[in-house]
Design a binder for this molecule. Structure first.
Ligand code: GDP
Length: 426
């Protein structure tokens, strides 16, 4: 039990835990990392394949200039994409004509990785624009009778590398966040901003939004676990007043989370509590009350769980926008599944649009959209991580976390290079 106390100072009485299986709640192998400053950071998501075979093939071939290749590199050594790119051999200057079949296959490749069709097309257009007119390979003509096999192959590989590089650059640009992904920094800077003697500190507030069943409350709880490991006091506001069982589900999470480290609190106060007012009430009002309660009771953070709703349901989207405009949360995190491909884009873009359109109407807040995404069920998609690309493409906002399972430690951060590698892999 002591090993399950992840707080830095651990006076705790574990006798009262009863029959709860804490080992099922935390996967110790996937615990985050404690930095030198004592911060608890969730791990990075790593793409399983260690080396990108295609890149290896290119660099090997380009570096062994004194040694003729033993044999023609097979299509598979360049990857599925490489075999298609091989058709380009022979072009001195790339034309639209040369690129058409290659880009069609590139589009299919992206869609196989779960990138939404429309976005795969836009990416391919961008790659085409960057390559038409480009001279590749530095060779004269592949059909020229005097070109040796080795020279031919070098040109082929250089061409492939050029096209592949253009795709990699394009994907990297889309995935690279334009705003900070350092949520802890944002929280700490709000909590340490100066106050006048009469002011009470307002907590940092995060609203979790999305459709039903995507993993909102589970992943809100994982974020809560990460926050309490960082010594913060969290109030979870049960604002799904609609779906029966939603409040009870959060109560279970709060009970579990309480047992996983709250006793590290040196001030005798719990690290996590639930604020709930049952069902059928106005969610915006409950969130407001919860924020006031948190302010008056020294909570650092309020995590607002909202009811899942379909993106096309205007009355429910208006109600969500009201919650946003009344409470003006510091962050609105859209929770979406990695599984759904095009559907993820439709959900996200409609949530973003509805929040922008409706949250400005009350005159209290300015219309604002989604600030970042949490992509769940990432563990199920293997290398088909295209939803990450689609989601960052439609909002320009970062993926703050991905959910990789059902325990509280199954939360990861994304590194752009790892996602690019997974998308380019065969
Ligand atoms: P909500 O309706 O959006 O609040 O969804 P829940 O949090 O109730 O989650 C729905 C289901 O998805 C539950 O069975 C969760 O255990 C599961 N789930 C949530 N996140 C993940 C994840 O990252 N990976 C996997 N494999 N399952 C998840």
């Amino acid at each position: 039990m002591a090993s399950l106390d992840f707080s830095s100072d651990k006076p705790r009485d574990v006798g009262s835990i009863g029959s709860l299986d804490l080992h099922a709640l935390v996967d110790e192998t996937s615990l985050g990392i404690r930095t030198k400053d004592g911060l608890y950071e969730v791990k990075d998501w790593e793409f399983g394949q260690v080396a990108n075979e295609a890149d290896d093939a290119v660099s090997q071939a380009l570096n062994t200039t004194n040694r003729p290749p033993a044999e023609k590199p097979s299509a598979t050594s360049l990857g599925g994409l490489g075999s298609v790119l091989a058709r380009l051999t022979g072009s001195k200057v790339l034309t639209q004509e040369d690129l058409r079949p290659v880009l069609e296959d590139m589009k299919q490749h992206l869609m196989k990785k779960n990138v939404a069709k429309e976005i795969a097309e836009k990416i391919c257009e961008g790659v085409e624009e960057s390559l038409v007119g480009k001279r590749v390979g530095g060779f004269q003509s592949a059909s020229h009778a005097f070109i040796g096999v080795r020279h031919y192959l070098m040109a082929l590989i250089a061409t492939n590398a050029t096209v592949r590089q253009a795709l990699s650059t394009s994907i990297t640009r889309i995935l690279t966040p334009k705003t900070s992904t350092d949520l802890l920094l944002s929280i700490r800077s709000k909590l340490s901003s100066p106050l006048s003697s009469t002011q009470l500190r307002l907590p940092y507030t995060i609203a979790f939004v999305g459709v039903n069943g995507v993993g909102k409350s589970t992943n809100l709880s994982k974020v809560c676990f990460w926050l309490i490991q960082n010594g913060l006091r969290v109030l979870i506001a049960a604002c799904d007043t609609f779906r029966s069982g939603a409040v009870e589900q959060l109560r279970v999470h709060v009970r579990n989370l309480s047992m996983l480290g709250i006793n590290g609190a040196t001030d005798g106060k719990g690290r996590v509590e639930l604020y709930e007012r049952g069902y059928g009430k106005d969610a915006a009002g409950i969130a407001k009350e919860a924020i006031a309660f948190a302010r008056d009771n020294d909570f650092d953070i309020v995590l607002i769980d909202t009811a899942g709703r379909m993106q096309d349901n205007e009355p429910l989207m208006r109600a969500l926008a009201k919650l946003v405009s009344v409470n003006n949360p510091d962050k609105i995190i859209f929770v979406g599944e990695a599984l759904v491909g095009n559907e993820a884009v439709d959900q996200l873009s409609k949530f973003d649009r509805a929040l922008r359109d409706f949250s400005g109407l009350s005159g209290i807040g300015k219309g604002r959209g989604v600030d970042g995404m949490l992509v769940t069920k990432w563990d199920i998609v293997d290398d088909k991580v295209g939803a990450a690309l689609s989601m960052t493409y439609v909002t320009g906002q970062p993926i703050l976390f991905v959910g990789t399972g059902q325990t509280y430690t199954d939360l990861r951060q994304l590194r752009v290079a790892n996602v690019v590698q997974a998308i380019l892999s065969d």
